[in-house]
Design a protein around this ligand. Sequence first.
Ligand code: NAD
Ligand code: MG
Length: 331
Amino acid sequence: MAKIIRDEDVSLEPLMGKRIAVIGYGSQGRAQALNLRDSGLDVVVGVRRGGPSWGRAREDGMEVYEIPEAVRQADVVMMLLPDMVQPRVWEEQVRPNLRPGTVLDFAHGFTVHYGLIRPPVDVDVVMVAPKGPGRLVREEFLRGRGVPALVAVWQDATGRAWDTVLALAKGIGATRAGVIRTTFREETETDLIGEQTVLVGGLMELITKGFEVLVELGYQPEVAYFEVLNEAKLIMDLIWRYGIVGMLERVSVTARYGGLTVGPRVINEDVKKRMFEAAERVRSGEFAEELLEEYKRGMLTLEKLMNSRRSHMIEKVGSEIRRMVFGEGGE
Ligand code: NAD
Ligand code: MG
């Protein structure tokens, strides 16, 4: 079984007296920068002057520089920009300013694994990939907990890369929840396969199709929304806390019997076969290529798909219900 590395196993010492430059101040950038600072480390932020992140970081009391200057000062450079943006910023602003012996850190293996960024041989290349959204990385830290993370070393130029990456994971709060060693390849492929087939793509589609079935059968959309979307969270909380069998033990006998007999007929071997097909497109690099093409064309397909989702009935019903539940502007 993979060893789970905990807070008490790791020291912040490798980062003491080091300057960490967090490049990008979005979802992960802001969360990680604040957590590292609250862990007592020396953090600066590198973003575009005048961009929205510049003001946000200043408001948070961060020392803010343009990206080339932040990189020049840094012993550790954290690439927390969107994956599609990273290659260009890397070529133009990061690589020319990197010193030998610097630690280059990523939150996802995508750009390195698919060869979009080719780091020089004299830097450490590491990854701390939180297994949760950036916002939660910050919120959990403030609650004295953490979001679990995967750590990896792609290149160990200094001989100290493992100690450094674990220290980063500790500084972010991830070791409080548990950290597992992986490789850039395993993290990248499992992350993409997981988000496409289960987390983002799978869940979204399962809930939407379930909603459509109830509405097309003539039931009230509000009832359908509570049933397949709202309650999905409550069931997921049980699975998260107690496991699948633990969830089954906590729902009614009726739900347990119905779920066990009907579930495998709906999500059947055909679905699994298509999951394998999606996985193959990730492993062959075909998906990464498609995404890059889409990015070069200005993300038009993405925008079109988002717009069609925005006009789906589940969104209209959902925004009414969420207004009721969370209050005005409560999103
Ligand atoms: P984001 O979109 O939230 O943040 C983007 C940041 O990059 C912002 O500060 C933005 O101003 C800046 N930026 C955007 N375009 C830029 C440009 N052209 N030049 C300079 N700066 C630019 O990104 P994110 O979701 O935090 O993702 C960062 C990394 O973290 C990615 O590798 C991603 O895969 C990984 N990751 C994200 C999450 C998550 O919860 N979002 C979870 C795990 C891993
Ligand atoms: Mg992902």
